[in-house]
Design a protein around this ligand. Structure first.
Ligand SMILES: Nc1nc2c(ncn2[C@@H]2O[C@H](COP(=O)(O)OP(=O)(O)OP(=O)(O)O)[C@@H](O)[C@H]2O)c(=O)[nH]1
Length: 557
């Protein structure tokens, strides 16, 4: 049942049949929820898009941050890395110029001189903290060494294949990182050519070996590798990457490594890093395929001053990606949650508004119904009044009079009281109509009605009986009183001027009066008697009151 309100006083109640949609349940569900589904999709898409955007921005920003941070970090590392060997750069020079050592080089066959040199080198090694100090003859064979007394003594071993020897011959001095072929420990070698004073004659080469270890720098994440000119990671924060070339060694590097026995016994398979993206700063995104998986790294490198080495930092992109992904997911979820909450808030607002609208419509409808009810009540009252009222004079009509008179007669009979009834008829009324027109006749009838009403009291019933004839019922009224009332009416009417178009006119009435005796029969009988009396009055000349036959009326006063 739907209620539609279409105006101030018009309320229509109509039975509306809900639109029936038939089809597959999925189609029905789609039809019912399509707007909601579309909105949900839009929210999810928005969340995903925002998440993607945040991921891209966060990834880029982190990359820039890492890039910026990597430069100073590498510089610091290079400095710290090279600080210990730098402390020993003076030492080969010292050895080359020390008399005892020079003497041993000049006369290597003199055991005493060589012993002195050995002792001296050993003492110096302990006092300086170097790993080993030794002297090579012009052919590269160690003639004296700080470790001359230990099991792994260098004495007698030939090191002519080592660059610290060959380059010292060519350039006067050199430094070189390598595995010790005798000691089997890695180290940094510094060398100095020793010449016969004042000539270019080579006496030999003084060599200092210093342990070079990975500095413990703990700031920042990722791995740090120190690579040589061939790209071999000879120092690595990650143990399983140590002694691995970053890429396959070239023919020249491979030959050099082999010839100098630089990584003898420790060199391992290459890492095979390949560049995925070269960044503007010189850094790169690299990928490492190993053990069936691919790891991606941000890689930046710096040359170590005064060497042909590089310090490399490798940061797993997974960290950056995870952080960016976490941020993206949080953003996407937040957006979806906020948008969903807003959607529900909006729907709630619409629901509240709709509820308010329905309530107002219902109130309006209720008000309209109430008004209509009042109007119907008034109409019904009007109809009810019309049903017993004469429209011209406003008096009761004949039907009402008959019903009332019957009741009055019953009451009179029950209480043993008289009931007078008079029939009032305008004299020569036809003539008034003929001479002054029908509207004038109507006006006369209205004036007569008013006079009759004014001359009766509460409880009397005055009605228009028909045409120019009126009828009046007077309860508890005997003949004398009734005749007096009739006479008074007649006199008033004689004196009453009726204003009609074109002037005034006078009118007279004849009145027949009948009074019901105790135990009187019906109203019709009483009317017939009053009518007879009226006839008598007319016959006697009109403008008079005539009582009904006395023999019928046993009057009470
Ligand atoms: N203007 C008007 N005339 C009416 C109405 N009802 C009846 N009449 C007229 O009243 C007149 C009654 O005329 P008659 O019955 O001849 O009686 P009369 O002319 O009054 O003569 P008497 O009664 O013998 O004095 C008729 O001409 C009717 O047309 C009415 O409602 N209005």
């Amino acid at each position: 049942m739907a209620l539609s309100y279409t105006g101030s006083a018009h309320v229509a109640l109509s039975q509306t049949t809900p639109m029936k949609i038939t089809g597959h349940p999925i189609a029905l569900a789609w039809h019912q929820y399509r707007h909601r589904i579309a909105l949900a999709c839009a929210i999810l898409a928005g969340g995903a898009l925002a998440g993607w955007g945040v991921y891209a921005v966060s990834y880029e920003r982190q990359l820039v941050r890492v890039e910026r941070a990597s430069g100073p970090r590498l510089d610091r590392f290079a400095t710290v890395l090279f600080a210990p060997p730098a402390r020993y750069t003076y030492l080969p020079h010292l050895l080359a110029n020390f008399r005892t050592l020079r003497e041993a080089l000049e006369q290597p066959s003199d055991p005493e001189l060589v012993r002195k040199a050995n002792v001296y080198l050993n003492r110096l090694q302990h006092s300086t903290g170097a790993t080993a100090l030794y002297l090579l003859d012009p052919q590269g064979t160690a003639i004296a060494s700080s470790n001359w007394q230990s099991k792994g003594s260098f004495v007698g071993k030939n090191y002519a294949f080592r660059p610290y020897y060959t380059r010292a011959l060519e350039e006067g001095g050199a430094h070189f990182y390598a595995m010790g072929v005798t000691s089997r420990t890695p180290g940094f070698f510094l060398s100095q050519l020793v010449k016969v004073a004042g000539t270019d004659e080579v006496l030999g080469v003084a060599v200092v070996k210093v342990d070079l270890t990975m500095p413990s720098i703990t700031d920042g994440s990722g791995e740090i590798l120190v690579t040589d000119s061939g790209g071999v990671a000879f120092l690595s924060s990650r143990k399983d990457w140590q002694y691995r070339p970053l890429n396959e060694l070239g023919a020249r590097e491979g030959a050099s490594v082999e010839r100098t026995r630089q990584y003898e016994g420790v060199l391992r398979a290459p890492l095979n890093l390949h560049i995925e993206q070269q960044l503007e700063s010189g850094a790169a995104i690299v990928a490492l395929d190993e053990n069936g998986r691919t790891d991606r790294f941000f890689m930046a490198r710096r040359p170590v001053p005064e060497t042909d080495w590089h310090v490399n930092v490798l940061l797993p992109l997974e960290d950056i990606e995870t952080t960016a992904l976490r941020l993206a997911v949080i953003t996407a979820i937040s957006i979806v949650l906020v948008a969903t909450s807003l959607m529900y808030l909006w729907e709630f607002r619409l629901w509240l508004r709709e509820r308010e609208r329905s309530r107002t419509a219902l109130e309006n409808a209720h008000g309209a119904l109430a008004r209509q009810h009042e109007e119907l009540k008034a109409l019904s009252e009007e109809l009810r009044v019309q049903s017993f009222t004469d429209s011209l004079t406003g008096l009761f009509n004949r039907r009402y009079f008959m019903e009332s008179a019957e009741r009055m007669l019953g009451t009179a009979r029950r209480h043993g009281e008289p009931l007078a009834l008079m029939v009032v008829d305008a004299d020569h009324f036809k003539r008034i109509n003929d001479e002054h027109g029908h509207p004038a006749g109507d006006e006369v009838l209205r004036v007569l009605a008013r006079v009759l009403l004014e001359e009766t009291r509460d409880g009397d019933v005055v009605a228009r009986y028909g045409g120019e004839e009126f009828i009046v019922a007077l309860p508890r009224t005997g003949e004398t009183a009734a005749l007096a009332v009739a006479e008074r009416m007649r006199e008033r009417i004689v004196l009453q001027k009726v204003v009609v178009p074109g002037g005034t006119l006078s009118v007279t009435v004849s009145i027949g009066v009948a009074v019901a005796p105790r135990g009187a029969a019906h109203v019709e009988e009483l009317i017939r008697r009053a009518d007879a009396a009226l006839y008598e009055a007319k016959r006697a000349g009109r403008n008079r009151v005539q009582a009904a036959d006395l023999q019928d009326s046993l009057l009470t006063g």
